[in-house]
Design a protein around this ligand. Structure first.
Ligand SMILES: NC(=O)c1ccc[n+]([C@@H]2O[C@H](COP(=O)([O-])OP(=O)(O)OC[C@H]3O[C@@H](n4cnc5c(N)ncnc54)[C@H](OP(=O)(O)O)[C@@H]3O)[C@@H](O)[C@H]2O)c1
Length: 425
């Protein structure tokens, strides 16, 4: 099997996540992309202090330039961050004919033109999905999927720290400082949160997205930025009274023959899709003349979400044109689950007489289904009895319902609805 060899610069949060992810998903990756991804070397200035860089089967060094110069490496993955020396390293990797994958939004928002020009001249690939909104495939959509688009407007919730703080303030009526402290305790905000809460981080991401959407060079300096530090619980309360919520929005819109480019806290209608984006989540809402409105939502940061976007870029560069298709790559038939555990909403139409509830409860108990709550509607017969169960097996519920439906006190077949709780498993 063909091998693609990568060199990683920066073995911190995202670099460490990438090393783990490649190790954990090795065989899946080989099956899906038909290529072995091998980490050849990692450069990190303090590698001696990092447990995940010890006793690995790749070389570890504190010399990024040395890794870039190696001729047994195909792709350089830049995960150091910042403008310099990351810029020099990326340029030098491209100069030597290597493709580059980077998560560095600051670098692209300020030096994107120079980097892409060199990549074009050298015919090298460059992947930067992780630079905007972590695990969300917004860059790939812009570059590869929406190729015929004419996006006239987009709104991003592009900073998880700000969104976490804002939704805590909104939901719990707490002041900015308290919400920031919780964000820091949970690891969603840096000790110095200025870069995030000032809106600059979101502005760098918007610069990258706007460049792709509008085919013009957009840089961080083109974007007007306001942060979230002046928001108070009163602003949130007043917004709610007006049927709105506050979010830090990154906005790009066609405006005559120019573009309106802003990052600022804004009031949006409570029933807009963007208002449902809460906590540390990110989202991108685009309005395209052809495909209409679309929203992508999910984790915008963190070791694995970001590493998964980096890995997607590596795979895209590594995948040979002749690689096996992902469809049915394992060839094995799936084993579908016959039975499953669910909480159920049950409704029975019954006669209005003593002992009805006890009879239903008894049949459920025989099948070891326990009741979380019970409610009986008043009114002329037949009356509705509604029960919410704790976790129960589908097979056991089926048996209980067969028994209950055969009771004289029950009119007609009962209704059983499953409670689906997305994200719980
Ligand atoms: N973390 C996220 O959730 C996230 C999400 C999206 C994008 N990103 C982007 O991903 C990139 C990496 O972020 P990260 O969170 O992984 O940062 P990080 O944890 O600070 O990792 C950076 C690593 O590079 C090392 N390093 C810094 N300067 C170096 C130098 N001159 N030579 C060699 N090694 C050097 C650091 O060593 P020290 O430990 O000594 O500092 C650290 O191990 C950044 O561009 C960031 O914007 C991160």
């Amino acid at each position: 099997m063909k091998e693609v060899r990568i060199g990683i610069l920066g073995g911190g949060t995202v670099g460490g996540g990438l090393i783990d992810l490649i190790a954990q998903q090795r065989s899946v990756l080989e099956r899906r992309i038909g290529v072995q991804i091998r980490i050849v070397a990692v450069a990190d200035r303090s590698w001696q202090k990092k447990a995940h860089l010890q006793n690995q089967d790749f070389d570890v060094t504190d010399d990024p330039q040395g890794v870039i110069a190696r001729n047994d490496i195909d792709i350089i993955v830049e995960l150091v961050g910042g403008l310099e020396p990351a810029r020099q390293w990326v340029l030098s990797a491209l100069e030597s004919g290597k493709s580059v994958v980077t998560a560095n939004k600051a670098l692209l928002a300020n030096h994107g033109a120079e980097i892409f020009e060199l990549a074009r001249a050298k015919n090298c690939g460059i992947g930067f999905e992780a630079a905007v909104a972590g695990a969300l495939p917004v860059i790939r959509n812009m570059r590869r999927v929406w190729v015929g688009s004419d996006i006239h407007e987009m709104f991003g919730i592009l900073n998880g720290t700000c969104n976490f703080i804002i939704t805590r303030m909104q939901k719990e009526g707490m002041p900015y400082e308290e919400a920031l402290q919780i964000a820091q305790e949970k690891g969603f905000a840096e000790a110095d949160p200025t870069f995030d809460v000032s809106g600059r981080d979101a502005a760098q991401k918007l610069a990258i997205l706007s460049s792709l959407a509008f085919d013009h060079l957009v840089q961080e300096k083109d974007i007007k930025v306001e942060g979230i530090t002046e928001l108070s619980p009163l602003d949130h309360a007043m917004a709610l009274r007006m049927g709105r919520v506050i979010r830090l929005l990154a906005v790009a819109r066609k405006d005559g023959d120019g573009y309106l480019l802003r990052v600022h806290p804004a009031l949006i209608a409570q029933d807009h899709l963007l208002a449902s984006v809460e906590e540390e989540n990110n989202a991108l809402f685009t309005d395209d003349k052809y495909s209409g409105s679309t929203m992508i939502v999910g984790r915008g940061a963190g070791a694995f979400p970001t590493a998964s976007a980096v890995l997607g870029d590596i795979a895209a560069l590594a995948r040979p044109a002749s690689s096996p298709e992902v469809w049915l790559s394992s060839g094995k038939a799936v084993r579908a689950s016959e039975d499953a555990l669910y909480r159920f909403y049950l409704r029975f139409r019954t006669v209005d007489q003593a002992g009805v509830l006890a009879s239903i409860a008894h049949e459920l108990a025989v099948q070891e289904i326990s009741i979380a709550s019970m409610h009986q509607e008043e009114g002329p017969e037949p009356v509705d009895v509604v029960i919410l169960t704790h976790d129960a097996r589908e097979s056991q519920l089926e048996k209980a319902l067969t028994r209950i439906n055969s009771l004289d006190i029950v009119h007609g077949p009962s209704v059983a609805l499953r409670l689906e709780e997305p994200g719980r498993h």
